[in-house]
Design a protein around this ligand. Sequence first.
Ligand SMILES: C[S@@+](CC[C@H](N)C(=O)[O-])C[C@H]1O[C@@H](n2cnc3c(N)ncnc32)[C@H](O)[C@@H]1O
Length: 212
Amino acid sequence: MKLMLVAPELDAYAVSKSEPTSDLLKELVEVTERDTAMPIMLTGPLEGRFLKMMAQLTNAKRILEIGMFTGYSALSMAEGMPDDGELITCDLDPTCIAIARKFYARSPHGKKIVLMEGPALESLKKIKGPFDMAFIDADKPNYTNYYEAVLPMMRQGGLILIDNVLYSGRVVAPDCENSKAIAELNDRIAKDERVDRVLLPLRDGVFMVRKR
Ligand SMILES: C[S@@+](CC[C@H](N)C(=O)[O-])C[C@H]1O[C@@H](n2cnc3c(N)ncnc32)[C@H](O)[C@@H]1O
């Protein structure tokens, strides 16, 4: 599956002109490529720097993430948070959780991260807002459920970022369960008067949604 909508050389150029990532994040990419079946799920350096920047711009003290994988996006966002910030992240995969925990323990930002293990829809019932920022990046058929559960937990002006909303371009003519689910959510957000919204063609598409 291709997750980049821009030419690889342009992506590499954009990465080279953006803030460099830490050695720890570079090592996390190596470990994820070596020890997981789907390293393509990593948000990677460009989107990771974008997430950090969004955490900084929103002055985020509380962030909610749905879909942690091996912790790359969580550590990237945590870098942009103050020392007393809290990032709650949800995942259910034991292999990914074990890798993430090891890297959180070695990162100066790991203490900001609280990991909720299990199906995210169950974890969400136990989580209380308000949040300044949220990042939705888990199973696509549940995207609308996640959006509707997360929106009430956002503070006014809070920012929800939703990943893979272009789904390698397949949202234009949805032809599988995932692309249909994402297209349905995109249509819902496009008409949602509760939010300001802009869909960015960054990497595989990121919806920026601000609660009014
Ligand atoms: C695309 S990856 C997340 C990538 C991550 N944000 C990053 O930057 O590395 C999606 C993650 O969602 C998790 N996931 C899938 N279904 C889930 C569910 N129902 N509840 C919680 N996590 C789920 C998977 O285990 C996987 O780690």
